[in-house]
Design a protein around this ligand. Structure first.
Ligand code: ADP
Length: 285
């Protein structure tokens, strides 16, 4: 029987509605500061999308577009200003940055309570230690998709393909937090398919088109495809979805799977940042 397709677009739309309801109930709408440096075409599209949806859910769009030759010091000063500005709930530094800028050092300046991308060292540390904090958008979107599809995680074998700081590593930690038994595969894994075939839940974030085929998936498994690649015939993911759908229990499409959830989680994190701040303020009084 062909697999159930987990509709990321529909889930993301529902999540955005949830966010909009929460924003409407707040005294002050949260503000999302997006920082775009230079004129990378793909980054411009990503940021435009984020800003559009931010406005759509009733948040303040606090965008800054900086010239490609902005200096490390100037950008650092802007981040400090945003950290100090009470109208700014979340800060997003769109990557990649031009070569002359040290992205890691700049990310490290972002106040962890405003780190809505969840990618700073502080946020990664909080996740690793199981402390409250803002989680990276893509892997937390994946957890939401699994939850909404009714996939049990406790005690199940979850296999993550990829160990990037952006997806694989935090994904493994989030699955661990949900009591799954987690294996992480990467480019040095010998016999990848032998391991992925033992997965109840398989999350693929390797950046390799069609890395996972039907022979690498157990019957009935849930397969989440984080990859997205532009090919001559359109977009495809890290999973050969058509073939895998004949074996798996559930799959995510590309496009229309994990992608839309990632932006919805960014908006969710911005609401979460507002909540963390009001909790911190209440605790300080
Ligand atoms: P992303 O940001 O999508 O996670 P990266 O390029 O940062 O992508 O990371 C790719 C990850 O995928 C790395 O951790 C790498 O080890 C893993 N990877 C790449 N190729 C393979 C492969 N053939 N088999 C298993 N893992 C792979």
């Amino acid at each position: 029987m062909p697999a159930t397709v987990i509709d990321g677009r529909a889930l993301a739309a529902r999540l955005r509605e949830e966010v909009a309801t929460q924003v409407a109930s707040m005294q002050e709408p949260p503000g999302l500061a997006t920082l775009l440096v230079g004129d990378d075409a793909a980054s411009e599209i990503y940021v435009r999308n984020k800003r559009r949806l931010c406005t759509q859910v009733g948040m303040r769009d606090l965008h800054r577009h900086l010239p490609a030759d902005v200096s490390q010091g100037e950008l650092a000063a802007i981040i400090s200003d945003l950290n100090a500005d009470p109208a700014v709930t979340g800060i997003l530094l769109q990557l990649p940055l031009p070569k002359h800028l040290r992205a890691d050092d700049l990310l490290a300046l972002i106040d962890p309570d405003k780190d809505v991308d969840g990618l700073t060292e502080a946020s990664a540390g909080r996740l690793a230690l199981g402390k409250p904090g803002l989680r990276p958008c893509t892997p937390s979107g994946v957890i939401r998709m699994l939850d909404s599809a009714g996939v049990e995680l406790r005690g199940r074998h979850a296999v993550v393909v990829g160990r990037s700081n952006l997806v694989g590593k935090p994904q493994a930690q989030l699955l661990l937090e949900r009591d799954a038994t987690v294996s992480i595969c990467h480019r040095h894994t010998t016999d990848l398919a032998a391991i992925t075939r033992t997965a109840d839940v398989l999350v693929v974030a390797a950046g390799v088109p069609h890395l996972v085929g039907a022979d690498a998936v157990a019957p009935g498994a849930t397969v989440i495809d984080v990859g997205i690649h532009r090919t001559d015939t359109g977009l495809c993911g890290d999973v050969d979805t058509a073939a895998v759908a004949e074996v798996a229990g559930a799959v995510t499409p590309v496009p229309g799977g994990v992608g839309p959830m990632t932006i919805a989680m960014l908006l969710w994190n911005t609401v979460e940042a507002a909540r963390l701040r009001s909790a911190a303020t209440a605790a300080a009084v």
